[in-house]
Design a protein around this ligand. Structure first.
Ligand code: UN1
Length: 503
């Protein structure tokens, strides 16, 4: 696959990454497409971290007093630069994360969308006015920048997750220190360059509004432990979140956690099965099952179970697996050997728990030398331990139900709480799914799969998913500090609650 590497080098050059940045370093970057070496990048020394924090603090002092709509101008320019770089950055996402071309481009579109959102937001960081109980007094609530924000992101959305955090943090007045996955440093380095182009056009921004850390867990460890970083936004595994959260809590920092998901679809007897099949296939096998919102559990009414499963098997049989850069491919590789091994192990465990597996074998013919797996459908007798565990691979567990209450029970009876959906034409079921007694997830959809959320909503979930919200709605509030203000414009000094204290 020599030609792929050569084109990757062109893409890297188009994104302004120089050969001295891409060679001679200690971190080897391999493409999941064919295992080829894309670059050897230079790691940020852990000894550099104190200087990183000091630079970010200095940037904060200058940036927090720039009017928010002016800060929005920087993000407007970032959006323009992303539009110009969309094809190259999308292609680099494919090289580095193994996504099919359309999904690589879609990820960059998600970045452009959040920039547009953040530009509008920069004029809408609204506070409140509050009625004071005292005459001649005015109360209000103001939102101020929080300080440097640490962003930890995963390989599977190597650039979009950064942009959800960075675009919002920067209009909120916060500099960003970014620790991308060590599996995807190149896309991060490219984003740093794109951001610098926007900065140059902006003109008078302070230095170091964005610093990108290249390397492993020790850098992330220093970031989460630093008292200089009041907000840590971390996306990744529940295991990572369990390690990060107590360290941040101990120093009274704030965490925005977006961790594992174990997303389900309930398919009711009235569902439009044609639509359900399309939604299931995209959300279960898209990105080779490596989205945190990937559909992992299908909870289907027993009256339509065998029909739906046979339609799914038919659809799965025709799915093009292979080089994600080839037009028409729908399933690219898993990120690395360990992911392939984890998929096989999960299928073995499911079998031992009574599951019937269809698919799930490794594909070696007609594909490059990466880890290409057939997606699997696993019919389960119940919601076993393996079904309750997130495996970052295209495995869809199928379980039957008789009553809608049982379906809801199954949907909620997992440790994770990110995304969920129901396919039904019965409005009672649809509405019930969205109530307090319905889905317990951060995202609950009707007649749409669980993945592929738009940026306008708050993104995140409950329980082991970590509780954080990123992206749209009022997620921005987590990047700011709230201040309550009381102003006395009278000549008296009345005390609240009628307290008398005459001197
Ligand atoms: C992730 O997998 O970490 O909703 C993020 C989606 C995408 C984001 C996924 N917009 O699937």
């Amino acid at each position: 696959m020599k030609d792929i590497v050569m084109t990757a080098q062109t893409t890297l050059a188009n994104l302004d990454l120089t050969s001295s940045e891409l060679t001679g370093g200690t971190l080897a970057v391999h493409s999941p497409i064919d295992g080829s070496l894309l670059a050897e990048v230079h790691e940020t020394p852990v000894s550099e971290m104190d200087a990183v924090f000091a630079r970010s603090k200095a940037a904060f002092k200058a940036w927090r007093v720039v009017p928010a709509p002016r800060r929005g101008e920087l993000i407007r320019l970032l959006g323009e630069e992303l539009r110009a770089a969309k094809d190259d950055l999308g292609a680099l996402v494919s090289w580095e994360a193994g996504k099919i071309t359309s999904e690589g481009l879609g990820e960059v579109q998600e970045m452009i969308d959040i920039c547009d959102f953040a530009v509008g937001l920069s004029r809408q960081l609204y506070g409140l006015t509050i009625a004071s109980e005292r005459p001649g007094h005015r109360m209000m609530e103001t939102w101020h920048p929080a300080g440097p924000v640490g962003v930890i992101s995963a390989f599977n959305f190597p650039v979009a997750v950064w942009s959800w955090n960075a675009a919002i943090a920067l209009v909120c007045g916060d500099p960003v220190i970014w620790k991308p996955s060590e599996k995807s440093p190149l896309t991060a380095m490219a984003c740093q360059k794109i951001f610098e182009r926007a900065l140059a056009r902006f003109g008078d921004a302070p230095n170091n509004l964005l610093q990108t850390l290249i390397g492993g867990a020790a850098l992330g460890g220093a970031l989460v432990a630093s008292e200089d970083v009041p907000v840590i936004s971390a996306t990744g595994s529940t295991r990572m979140g369990r390690a990060v959260a107590p360290i941040v809590a101990q120093r009274f920092g704030k965490c925005i956690l977006e961790l594992g998901g174990n997303n389900a679809m309930i398919v009711g007897p009235s569902a439009d099965l044609e639509m359900a099949v399309r939604a299931i296939v995209f959300s279960a096998v898209g990105t080779a099952g490596q989205r945190c919102t990937t559909l992992r559990r299908l909870i289907v009414h027993n009256s339509i179970r065998s029909e739906l499963v046979s339609r799914l098997k038919k659809a799965y049989a025709g799915l093009p697996i292979g080089n994600p850069l080839t037009e028409g491919t729908l399933i690219g590789p898993l990120v690395d050997e360990a992911s392939g091994t984890a998929m096989t192990a999960a299928l073995e465990a499911a079998k031992a728990e009574g599951g019937t597996v269809s698919g799930g074998d490794r594909v070696t013919e007609g594909v490059p030398a990466g880890v290409y797996m057939q997606p699997a459908i696993v019919e389960m007798p119940g919601q076993t331990a393996t079904v309750k565990t997130e495996t970052f691979a295209p495995i869809l567990y199928v379980m039957g139900y008789d009553t809608f209450d049982d379906a809801l029970e199954l949907q909620n009876d997992v440790p994770q709480g990110l995304s969920s959906c129901v396919f039904t034409l019965n409005m009672r079921e649809a509405e019930q799914f969205l109530t307090a007694a319905g889905s317990d997830c951060g995202i609950a959809n009707v007649n749409i799969g669980p993945s592929g959320a738009e940026i306008g909503g708050a993104f995140g979930g409950e329980k082991e998913t970590g509780g954080g919200r990123e992206s749209g709605s009022d997620a921005w509030k987590a990047y700011m500090r709230r201040q309550t203000n009381t102003v006395n414009y009278s000549a008296e000094l009345p005390l609240a609650q009628g307290v008398k204290f005459d001197i």
